[in-house]
Structure formats: C-alpha cells, structure tokens
Design a protein around this ligand. Structure first.
Ligand SMILES: Nc1nc2c(c(=O)[nH]1)N[C@H]1C(S)=C(S)[C@@H](COP(=O)(O)O)O[C@H]1N2
Ligand SMILES: [Mo]
Length: 308
C-alpha cells in the first residue's frame, strides 16, 4: 500500500469533483505543454502527475470558460471582458530579465527557463480583493525554483515583479493616471514558501494571455492583485518596493494584502466571496484557507498592516 505524506493543498481521491475527470484526461498532455505556448520543450516530469490533484474539497473547480472570460488586467481595460483584446498580445518570444541583488544578472528566454525547472500542476483558490473567487488548475513551478536559479546575494530581502508595458497591444496603458508598469513584490521568505508559484499554464493548456500569459505570479493566500501577470522583470531588492495598487490608493491596498474575512476593505466587507460561474456566496477564510502553510511567515509582525 502506498503511503504518502499529504500536504495541505493535496486532497484525497474521494473528494474529487466530476470536473476532475476532464482534468485527468488533459493532464498527460497538459503537463507536457501547459507551460509552453509555442511548441517549446519543457522538462515536465512524468512523476508530477500523481501529486497533481490539489485543491480544496469544499470548492468545485471553476469552469474554464468563466476563469478565462472574466479577468482583471488593467493594461488592457478596467472592464472584465478584456479577454478578446488580450488575444493579440504576442506570447513568443518572451524573455525574463533577472537583476538587482543577484550574483549574475541575466536575461533568460522563457523556453530556456522552462528547461531548468520541473513543471507541476497546482489547484488553488484565487480570491480577488473585489470579493469574487475562483478555483483553477495552474501549471508551472514553485517561485522558490526561480529564486534559487537567480542566486540572490545576502542583501536581497524582497523579490519584485514587473509586468510588460506594450502600448501597441495593451490599450489600457493609455490611462496615464495609473503608475505603470504594474509592480508587485514579496519578501524572500514569502517567495520561497511552498505555495508561491509561477504559472505558465492553466487547465492543462498554455496560460491564456488574458490570465497573464505566458508567465505570471500566483500567491493564493493573498488578494489577487498581488499575482502580477505577464512578467518581464524580476528584481531582487534590499528595500520594499512601491507597488502599483499601493501607489494608487495606500488607504485601501497595502504591501502584504493577505486575505482576511475579518478586515473589511474600507468600502466593502471581505467576510464572504462570490464564486465565478455559480455566483454562490461562501465565507472567506483567513489567508484564503492556506493559514497552515503561510501563517508562520507573519509571526511577530504586529506593527504591519498584514491584511490590506
Ligand atoms: N499586470 C497585471 N497583473 C494583474 C492585474 C492587472 O491589472 N495587471 N490584476 C490583478 C488582479 S486584481 C487579479 S484579481 C488577478 C486576476 O487574475 P485572472 O484574470 O487570471 O483571474 O490578476 C492580478 N494581476
Ligand atoms: Mo483582484
């Protein structure tokens, strides 16, 4: 009998919803291609499949059509139906600049980066600060693997992510009152937490441009705005970055932005959330239900506004 240590985001076979059947069929193909938009070759491990079934038994998977047609992506639009416009965003070639407090700053092609990591699938809940939520299967690799590859120096305390600014393809950039580029950041401890993830695929397919393709951040215990899309630069910094939403409205959006049902947004409650697709309202959970994995990161940080 196979006995395997389950982590918090794994779930027993018995808890799998019918949607899993579809997902299972896609998985073999999906893990192989999920990270690679244009026929590159990823080192998707065959042994990734058995550990791939990870999501909350309380939540069915969101239907793909909802997750890919109701998006937040201000570089395109402040409306939710930007997915059509996003189709024109070139996904290849794509390079990532790694700089700051690292031993060897470099520019790396996405396909070369993907040869150096092991792709896996993670089913995570996603909680937008606007109080809608979804549960989706990402393909990608732990952010910790990128940190390791970057080889930061001891001065590095934060990892900062910068989104593409391609005015030709991103009409939202014409809203000049926003402080482009979209910047987000986490501490090194957060970046190397087991949950912090870099996604290059969704539902076993290449990550759609409207969801942040070809490469985005996924931090499931934080409000969705922390999970920057279309990443072009990763900077290792000594000081805390000024992030996009914090710069726009510091009274409403902070650096930590951990999910907490007890701390309302200044303009609305965060106690419950609306599930994309069914529109069912369910209670919000502390750290979006991932306290077991992440609460330790914030021990002793009593002076910080951890939940906004
Ligand atoms: N570059 C960039 N990243 C972004 C955003 C954005 O406007 N621009 N919106 C954020 C917000 S508010 C959320 S909720 C998620 C939405 O991701 P999804 O569209 O894949 O659901 O992306 C986040 N990442
Ligand atoms: Mo969001």
């Amino acid at each position: 009998m196979l006995i395997r240590q389950r982590r918090g985001w794994d779930l027993p076979e018995s808890a799998v919803t019918p949607e899993h059947a579809t997902l299972g069929r896609r998985r073999a193909v999906g893990l192989a291609i999920g990270g690679l938009a244009f026929g590159g070759v990823g080192r998707a491990r065959a042994d990734a499949a058995p550990t791939a079934r990870r999501y909350d038994p309380d939540r069915p998977l969101t239907e793909e059509k909802f997750a890919t047609t109701y998006n937040n992506y201000y570089e395109f639009s402040t409306d939710k139906d930007l997915w059509r416009a996003a189709q024109r965003l070139p996904q290849h070639p794509w390079t990532l600049r790694i700089e700051g407090k690292v031993r060897a700053p470099r520019t790396i092609a996405l396909e070369d980066l993907l040869k150096q990591v092991a792709l896996e699938e993670r089913i995570y809940r996603h909680r937008c600060v606007e109080a809608w939520a979804m549960t989706v299967p990402w393909t990608g690799f732990p952010l910790a693997a990128l940190v390791k590859l970057a080889d930061p120096t001891p001065e590095a305390r934060y990892v900062v992510f910068e989104t593409l600014t391609d005015a030709k393809h991103m009409p939202g950039l014409a809203m000049l009152w926003y402080p482009w580029p979209y910047i987000e950041g986490v501490t090194i401890a957060e970046a190397t937490n087991e949950l912090a993830f870099i996604a290059t695929g969704l539902y076993g397919k290449p990550l759609p441009p409207q969801n942040g393709g070809p490469i985005r951040l996924v931090l499931p215990w934080k409000y969705g705005f922390k999970s920057a899309k279309a990443i072009v630069k990763v900077t290792f910094a000594e000081t805390r970055p000024a992030t996009f939403w914090e710069a726009i409205q510091p009274a409403e959006y902070g650096f930590w932005a951990n999910v907490n049902p007890m701390i309302p947004h200044p303009r609305w409650s965060q106690a419950s959330e609306r599930l994309l697709g069914s529109d069912e309202r369910v209670p919000t959970r502390l750290y979006n239900g991932y306290a077991e994995q992440v609460a330790g990161l914030y021990a002793g940080k009593t002076a910080e506004k951890l939940f906004m």
